[in-house]
Design a protein around this ligand. Structure first.
Ligand code: PEP
Ligand code: MN
Length: 342
């Protein structure tokens, strides 16, 4: 349930709503504070099934009490009408903020490799460094990453460059370890519907980059996000990474167009990964441009200084000069849209 205040609701009236929510045993979530220009919103976090709407409707300063009917409750725009801005360190990700570039190799391979790539992506304009220390692999004898050693290398690269780290966690048992080193935890496509893992990352503090599961619908994707939000972690960023359809002309079917549908359904920020749907390096730049055109809040791109020698996803990693072109394109697009909107 969400309580909407009248324009000009007083602090005391606002506080009365907060107090009543607590009396009903749910956590009041302040979604928008009251003032004289807009309506305030207080979300009720917890089981509201036994709470009558009229209990809140009768309070002074309250405009309405609205029950959220969407199954992906806390991820829905009904629950939170304003766009969420997720903060990773000093980087803000969300609608209306500058596009955030997260770039780096598919996998951390060595200290030298990750540091060299970190310097290059930083020069190109990235704010965050990606790189898997724990890699989910389709085949049992493929390189599965360096584990905790890889996390330490990422932390060293952050130390030198100031880039924030986003890296994948694959099991609930490893959440604490990965959260110790990372600034943001990535949930990969294979685990996009691993509900135990989603709950576990929901119980810790670091923001989460949630990829869509390979064959999930938009509703299922939002359901996954809601698992994390339900546990109390509000720092959820959705990442579109392509989906499995009957079309095998690319590795996955690009799904950047989900951005438009998601904007209506959810307040959460949206990042696009053009690398995994493309599957081939010569497609990545145009896929990234499509994501930019759809208005995503960030891009997650695989970049390697020597891609043909990469231990994982060698066919799709681009080189730093291509990343630089993508960043220039993104900034020009930003200027164009700002000019059109002003
Ligand atoms: C990755 O980001 O390297 C990765 C494994 O991606 P996905 O989970 O989207 O396949
Ligand atoms: Mn990869």
């Amino acid at each position: 349930m969400i309580i909407r205040g009248k324009i000009g609701m007083s602090e005391a009236e606002f506080q009365q709503v907060v107090d009543m929510a607590k009396r009903y045993g749910v956590a009041p979530q302040i979604l928008r504070t009251p003032n004289h220009e807009h309506q305030a919103f207080i979300g009720l976090h917890g089981d509201t099934s036994q709470i009558p709407e009229d209990a809140f409707r009768g309070l002074p300063g309250v405009d309405d009490a609205i029950r959220v009917m969407e199954k992906h409750k806390y991820a829905s725009r009904t629950y939170k009408p304003d766009d969420t801005i997720v903060e990773v360190g000093d980087v803000q990700i969300g609608y209306g903020r500058p596009l955030v570039i997260m770039a780096g190799p598919c996998a951390v391979e060595s200290l030298e490799q990750i540091k060299t790539i970190a310097r290059a992506v930083k020069r190109a304009g990235a704010k965050m460094l990606r790189g898997g220390a724990y890699k989910p692999r389709t085949n049992a004898r493929s390189f599965e990453g360096l584990g905790e050693t890889g996390l330490k290398f990422l932390a060293e690269a952050r130390e030198e460059t100031g880039l924030l780290i986003v890296t994948e966690v694959m099991t609930p048992a490893k959440v604490e370890e990965v959260a110790k080193y990372a600034d943001m935890l990535q949930i990969g496509a294979r685990n996009g519907q691993n509900y135990d893992l989603l709950k576990e990352v929901g119980r810790q503090q670091k923001p989460v980059l949630l990829k869509n599961a390979i064959a999930a619908t938009i509703e299922e994707f939002l359901g996954a996000a809601d698992y994390i939000l339900t546990e109390g972690n509000n720092g959820v960023v959705l990442c579109l990474r392509g989906e499995r359809t009957g079309d095998a002309s690319t590795r996955y079917a690009p799904n950047a167009h989900w951005t438009q549908i998601l904007r209506q359904k959810t307040h959460l920020p949206i990042v696009y990964d053009p690398s995994h749907p493309a599957g081939k390096r010569d497609l990545v730049e145009s896929f990234a441009r499509a994501g930019i055109a759809y208005g995503v809040d960030g891009l997650l791109i695989e970049v390697h200084t020597d891609p043909t020698k990469a231990k994982t996803d060698e066919a799709q990693q681009i080189t730093p000069p291509v990343l630089e072109r993508i960043v220039v394109y993104a900034r020009q697009h930003e200027m164009l849209t700002n000019a059109l909107e002003s």
